[in-house]
Structure formats: C-alpha cells, structure tokens
Design a protein around this ligand. Sequence first.
Ligand code: DGL
Length: 282
Amino acid sequence: MINPQSTTSKGAIGVFDSGYGGLTILEKIREAMPEYDYIYLGDNARTPYGTRSFEVVYEFTLQAVEKLFELGCPLVILACNTASAKALRSIQQINLPQLDASRRVLGVIRPTAECAGELTQSQHIGILATSGTIKSESYILEIHKLFPNITVTGEACPMWVPLVENNEYNSKGADYFIEKHINRLLEKDPLIDTFILGCTHYPLLMEKIKQFTPPHIRIVAQGEYVAHSLKDYLNRHTDMDERCTKNGTCRFLTTESKNKFEESASIFLQQKDIKVESIALE
Ligand code: DGL
C-alpha cells in the first residue's frame, strides 16, 4: 500500500518511458493540456526495453510506476509502447489492486487502436514498432477488439530506436534501415493504406519514413491520439481530474546522469532549458 490517504491525495500526472522517446508523447499531452502538472520519468540507464523479455519489462515498469506513485501521482501514463504491450495489463490486474486501487495506470496502445477505424479506407493497417511490441501482438489484439475486419500487419524495426538514440536519424546510413522495413511491411500486405508508428521514437524519423513510403499511404504518429484520449478520459472521470494538480509545471527524472538527459532531451523536446533530477529505481 503506497498511501492510505490516496483516494483523496492530489498530484502530478506521471509519464513514464524507457528513455527519451516518451518525451514525444509528453509534448503532445502538454500541448493539449498545459494547465496540468507532470512528472516525466525516463529509465535511461536501462533503455532500450524493446529487445528485453516480458519478465524484465514488467519488473522495470512496475518499479517506475511505484516510484511515480510514491511521488504522489494519482495517474500514470506508460508513454512507451513496449511497456504498454508487456506490462500494462499485469500492472492493472495484479499490482494496482494491491498497491492502491484508487490510482490509475494507462497505456498508449489502446488510444491509438481506437483511432484505427477512422484512419484506414482499405481496412489494411501496418504497424511499425520494436521487436517486443510486435511479438506481443498487442496492436493486433487491441485493434481487433474494436475493428475485427481490419487486417493488421506488424513489422519489427530493431535498428530504428538506436538510430534516434545515437542522433543518426537524419543520416544517409539511416536510409537503408528505413527503406528495408517499409518495403518488407508492404511486401507482407500490399493493401496497407495506413502506417501506425507504434514506437515513441519513430516521429523523429518521420521525414525519412515519408521519403520511402508511397504517397497514398498515411503515416500516423500516436502522440496526438494519446493526448486526445487522456483529455477525454479526464473529462469523463472528474474524480480523477480533481486529483490531478494544475499549476502548469513539469519535473523531469532520469535513472541516468542528469547532464546526459539534459543534452539528449533537446532532440525530443522544443524546450531546451530543462532541469533534470537523477533517481534510482529498484
Ligand atoms: N519507448 C519504446 C517504445 O515505444 C522504444 C524504446 C525502447 O525500446 O525502449 O516501444
């Protein structure tokens, strides 16, 4: 039990990612809801999660959620597709009732899946994501719950996150890996008319992805859909909304060195002068 008073406790909205990528989601959430307080937590010391096992992603994500609860967050968004795919359900069903049933943990896959119906004309969607997210089949499952007639095909792009993390996303070298996975996905299903970027890092690759994608295909980054869905959630759950404090602040926490985070966060954020705190997860 985190806090016996928690049904009434107030705090910032927690936004968790394995590293920097969730900052692309945080930006869209803050654009849509600037009045709220946020705590962003990046597990940069242990990123990437995309190639890790179910057990490890679950363990690490649970530690992050517990930390954000300790810091008073009544609501935590897993702004990481891999964590949403591999840990969200277990945390919601097994851990939350024991930790504090009044708090909520939400992911990014369901809100993205909810939009699938309005995105595709051909009823064929392609998902580009990490190996972990593709193997979990979470996008297929979530989209089929809502739209059973949509054909969903996944393609794992294990090199795309390292390209972004190493600031190589605009380089010539990136072209090979971008083109390869787009072609593979279209070979698997030539009827695809919509690509969903099912990884927090991929919006940074948008220009390159566009370059190698036939023009009739729509490329969808999920940040705006997640932000819209969160806003809608808080409109419908006024008890939770009242528990989310609103002073327009944002705290940044990392499990790596704060200097490293401050430098690299500028790739993902418009804002340059952020203050970062180092924390440990266990
Ligand atoms: N944040 C992860 C995701 O959206 C990508 C980075 C990682 O592999 O940890 O899947």
